[in-house]
Design a protein around this ligand. Structure first.
Ligand SMILES: Nc1ncnc2c1ncn2[C@@H]1O[C@H](COP(=O)(O)OP(=O)(O)OP(=O)(O)O)[C@@H](O)[C@H]1O
Ligand SMILES: [Mg+2]
Length: 502
């Protein structure tokens, strides 16, 4: 014990002596500097300083840049720090021996950061650089509720002085761009819907959001494989074409019109698009929007990398009648609306009574304001009745791609059977191929028949269930056709009678 005390005492005495030396040295430097200023002429001082700088560069030829986690504003992490963290996670953490794991609010991904005092190297254009992670010790000593200790972290970049221009220009931009892209990719995606304006409390936000977790992908989407490939290429090309759009002077947006009978996969395709591009989805319910101003506000409040969907556009807006009035037409199309989907159309008609959103409002918003949003957006309209839509709404430039989703063909069936029964071939496929050529059945109906609903279900029973459904549909169609031709024959008779009377 006594020995320990003696040793501690000696160490303390050593430290005190060291401190005294440091103070003396500092005082010495100040005196030398004052003499230097007083006795050396200006020109000589410049030469000496130049030589001194060269000497220092020779001894320590590096530059260091520090990126603190919080700068000025303790409520928001520095964007540069966050980008570096993601960049190092993707590029250099496999070199570090000690790592720190983080999960952030906006992502489910585990982000590994270089732990304190660890160094990793990076290479850019054959230049080697070093990143270290550190913590500000001053923060630990101060007694404060805010900020917490871990919030005083920083990254430090060290590189040779001679590479200063490349690093401060190109390299840092490269790190920021890559880091931000990774953050975007790993973010938890959201599905936003516009609320109808009544509820929501004091500060109602325009969009209410939930996590977007739809499992549909292009792999599981049943449609003609060649058309599917074209759509995927189109989407991927769009998402990478920022420079091209800029050069062409065009807003970075693309419109898709998905049309086809109910249950053919329009909504499923929107989810597959969002999953392919890792975009958020804004489901815009036009009937809940009071007027054009509110529509504009909603669209301005969408974020980049998003798909804005307007489902059943023919039911949501007076897209045919309104235009008819605008053009001085008689709006006769309006009366035809609602014949095919009575329930859906009646519901929408009831809802849209409260909405004053007009077709011209929608067009102006898409064309004009759209250009004010700099980053990429995709807009998708879905409809069961493409023929009813106003041509102005779906012309190329607004809706660049028209995609028809139709009844189930054999190629689409093969994808569904793989999804639901995990088989690529079966002896019943030949019968099914034949029946699919003779009958119209939606992929939704095929999926329903193929889906396992109990433990007793297997490939044979489910395929037989589908065959029975196809035969029923075929029979039904034949009966309907016969009735229609009978009606036609009766109608002709009346006309002939009419003519005879004349
Ligand atoms: N092409 C398809 N590929 C895979 N599954 C499909 C396809 N079409 C339909 N389905 C299945 O049927 C269900 C209904 O499809 P979906 O909602 O995409 O149809 P829709 O075309 O949007 O119909 P609606 O016009 O009534 O909105 C989906 O949940 C999906 O399981
Ligand atoms: Mg749908």
């Amino acid at each position: 014990m006594a020995k320990m005390v003696t040793r501690t005492g000696k160490a303390f005495a050593g430290l005190t002596a060291m401190a005294a030396h440091t103070v003396k040295a500092a005082a010495g430097v100040t005196v030398v500097f004052a003499m230097f200023q007083k006795y050396f002429p200006c020109e000589l001082r410049v030469v000496i300083m130049d030589l001194y700088e060269k000497f220092v560069n020779f001894i320590y030829p590096y530059i260091q840049i520090t990126f603190p986690e919080y700068q000025g504003n303790y409520f928001e992490r520095s964007k540069a720090f966050a980008a570096i963290e993601r960049y190092l996670n993707a590029h250099s953490t496999n070199q570090a021996k000690r790592l720190q794991a983080n999960i952030f609010d906006d992502s489910d991904a585990v982000v590994l950061t270089v732990a304190k005092n660890q160094e990793v190297t990076d290479e850019f254009k054959s230049i080697t650089l070093w990143w270290t992670s550190g913590e500000d010790d001053a923060a630990k000593q101060s007694i404060s509720f805010w900020p917490r200790e871990e919030e005083k972290r920083y990254f430090r970049l060290t590189f040779y002085r001679k590479h200063r221009h490349v690093i401060s220009g190109e390299y840092l931009k490269h790190v920021m761009d890559k880091g931000k892209a990774i953050t975007m990719e790993e973010r938890r995606r959201k599905l936003c819907t516009n609320s109808d304006g009544d509820g929501g409390g004091f500060r109602r936000s325009l969009w209410s959001e939930v996590a977007f977790e739809h499992p549909a992908t292009f792999d599981t989407l049943a449609m003609d494989p060649r058309r599917k490939e074209e759509i995927i290429d189109d989407l991927l090309y769009f998402s990478k074409s920022e420079d091209y759009y800029k050069k062409a002077g065009k807003a970075w947006k693309r419109g898709y019109l998905l049309h086809g009978p109910p249950g053919t996969g329009k909504s499923t395709m929107v989810a597959a698009m969002a999953n392919l591009l890792k975009y958020d989805v804004y489901d815009l319910e036009l009937t809940a929007i009071k007027n054009n101003t509110e529509l504009r506000k909603l669209l301005i409040n969408t974020t980049s990398k998003s798909i804005i969907v307007i489902e059943d556009i023919d039911c949501s807006l007076e897209v045919t009648a309104q235009r008819g009035r605008d053009d001085g037409g008689d709006g006769d199309d309006d009366k035809k609306e609602g014949k095919d989907d009575p329930v859906k159309e009646k519901m929408k008609k009831e809802e849209k009574k409260g909405s004053e959103v007009t077709l011209s409002g929608l067009l102006n918003t898409i064309d004009g304001l759209w250009s004010a949003c700099p980053a990429e957006r995709i807009i998708v309209f879905t409809t069961n009745h493409v023929e009813k839509l106003d041509k102005a709404l779906i012309r190329r430039g607004r809706m660049d791609e028209h995609i028809e989703l139709s009844y189930c063909g054999f190629e689409a069936f093969k994808i569904l059977v793989k999804n639901y029964l995990d088989i690529d071939s079966h002896e019943l496929f030949a019968v099914i191929r034949q029946l699919l050529q003779e009958t119209d059945i939606t992929p939704a109906d095929v999926a329903d028949k193929l889906m396992r609903k109990s433990d007793a279900d297997d490939a044979d029973s489910n395929l037989m269930r589908l065959i029975r459904a196809l035969e029923d549909a075929k029979e039904e169609a034949a009966k309907k056709k016969a009735e229609e031709s009978l009606d036609d024959a009766d109608g002709d008779g009346v006309e002939e009678n009419g003519e005879t009377i004349d």
